[in-house]
Design a protein around this ligand. Structure first.
Ligand code: CMP
Length: 142
């Protein structure tokens, strides 16, 4: 089925000048961009986005990093988008990511891993709504 996923090009992606490169790969893989913006999260808004991880030992590091500079949230649409996007970016830890994936090629560590992708259709909806109003999702067809 056609699905949506919420991606975030993280602050390390922006700092490294890789926005274009990563979007190129995303579009080459057949994803349609439905919404996109550049924004800078505060530690608090990063914490809201990652609320599910708030008891994890890395939560403080994660929210510091995600608020360390601008990032680019993007809503993407494609058949089987959730699974296909996770395959495109590779494992969370770049050391474990498959050859040719975005994280394998560009990420420095499990924390600074270039890009986020939703882990389920349900979370994709929640995460997209965190950044975008329904009215900001463009219609791509007439
Ligand atoms: P993401 O897909 O954005 O979802 C949660 C993030 O937590 C994950 O990518 C990682 O960047 C981060 N994360 C997971 N494990 C660790 C860890 N051990 N140390 C720091 N960050 C982590």
């Amino acid at each position: 089925a056609r699905q949506r996923t919420l991606a975030i090009l993280k602050p390390d992606c922006v700092r490294k000048g890789l926005i274009g490169e990563v979007l190129r790969r995303i579009q080459d893989a057949g994803f349609t961009v439905k919404a996109m913006k550049m924004t800078r999260l505060t530690k608090q808004t990063a914490g809201g986005f990652y609320a599910v991880h708030k008891e994890r030992p890395f939560f403080d590091e994660l929210t510091d990093f995600m608020s360390s500079g601008p990032c680019v949230p993007v809503v993407l649409e494609k058949e089987n988008a959730i699974e296909d996007f996770r395959a495109l970016i590779g494992a969370t830890n770049p050391a474990e990511a498959a050859e040719g994936t975005v994280r394998k090629e560009f990420a420095d560590s499990v924390g600074e891993n270039i890009v986020h992708g939703s882990d389920s259709v349900e979370n994709g909806k929640i995460e997209a709504a965190y950044f975008f109003a329904e009215s900001e999702l463009v219609a791509n067809e007439s």
